[in-house]
Design a protein around this ligand. Structure first.
Ligand SMILES: [Zn+2]
Length: 311
């Protein structure tokens, strides 16, 4: 049987939220089979549980935010995507995350620090079958027209691949690789994807600051690009770090489904909003998906049984 996974022990992190600028503490705890990933706002009295789910997503501007039942007026946790991406990259299914503010800390702007934390805590197999959200027919969502057109698509695939293409009207970004395809079963998440940082253009950053956003952002946790060049002294971590970060985000945004997909995901210029719209479109059509388990590991998508322990 291909089994579910959780942490072996508790691990903690402290940092600031990239949008709120607030200091925040996390405690990541092991959880029983079929718990999924649950955020617990321990600063509220009584504490409020916010289970990660497609319908819990309450805001997708700038980052992915969840609230109980997706109620935008309810308690929230924002910027969950990099932590969820790390969980997906390590094949984690069950976790309770205590958080004492409304935003996950940005740490270095990538998923690398979360991968390190989760691996340090250790990962254990649980006595319950891992579930996959298997896509049975193509689902596509689109937005905008002409130069503003963006789309995202899921297609049936015995495995889980993500293909992303970006197109930015900025010479520094355009000079880097604009398309990347990643196979989640390859075991290369930590090496090829996890270190890709979030990024922002100086013009946008000024605008966002004036609206009270990205208050915690800096060159310590983001790539900053002006009209012509990358401003960070050490440059890029990957030649194609921008598109790889979009894949890192997409992996996190898809993980709100609570289980890995069995699908080929493709996106052209998409983002958090389109990713959530895509999952909602998939779940709205009962003939488009099913939840599957593998009693025989050999029938499962290649690489998923080896994720994490092989590292
Ligand atoms: Zn991101």
């Amino acid at each position: 049987m291909l089994k579910q996974r959780t942490l072996k022990s508790i691990t903690r992190a402290v940092g600031v939220g990239i949008h709120s600028g607030q200091k925040v503490e996390l405690a990541l705890r092991p959880a029983p089979p079929d718990t999924g990933i649950v955020f617990r706002r321990v600063d509220l009295c009584p504490p409020v549980d916010i289970p990660v789910g497609v319908m819990s997503v309450s805001d997708t501007r700038m980052a992915t935010t969840i609230s109980p039942d997706g109620d935008p007026g309810g308690p929230k946790v924002q910027t969950i995507e990099h932590l969820l991406s790390a969980c997906a990259g390590l094949g984690l299914d069950n976790l309770v995350i205590d958080i004492n503010a409304d935003e996950v800390p940005v740490l270095d702007g990538s998923a690398a620090a979360f991968v390190f934390l989760l691996q340090s805590a250790g990962i254990v197999l649980q006595d319950a079958p891992k579930r996959f959200l298997k896509v049975n027919k193509p689902v596509e969502v689109r937005q905008g027209e002409g130069k503003k057109l963006m789309w995202a698509r899921l297609e049936p695939h015995h495995g889980y691949t993500l293909s992303f293409e970006i197109e930015f009207d900025n010479p520094a970004v355009a000079a880097t690789g604009s398309r990347f395809v990643f196979d989640m079963g390859s075991g290369k998440y930590k090496k090829e994807i996890a270190r890709a940082r979030t990024f922002g253009m100086t013009a946008d950053i000024d605008l966002m600051r004036s609206r009270g956003l990205t208050l915690g952002g800096s060159m310590d946790n983001a790539i900053v690009v002006d009209d012509y060049k990358v401003l960070n002294a050490d440059g890029l971590r990957y030649d194609d770090e921008f598109v790889k970060h979009k894949i890192l985000d997409a992996i996190g945004d898809m993980q709100v489904a609570g289980m890995p997909l069995m699908a080929a995901y493709t996106s052209f210029k998409g983002g958090h909003a389109l990713n959530n719209k895509l999952l909602r479109a998939l779940l709205a059509d009962e003939s488009a998906y099913e939840i599957v388990r593998f009693e025989d590991e050999r029938q499962a998508p290649k690489g998923f049984a080896e994720l994490a322990p092989a590292w």
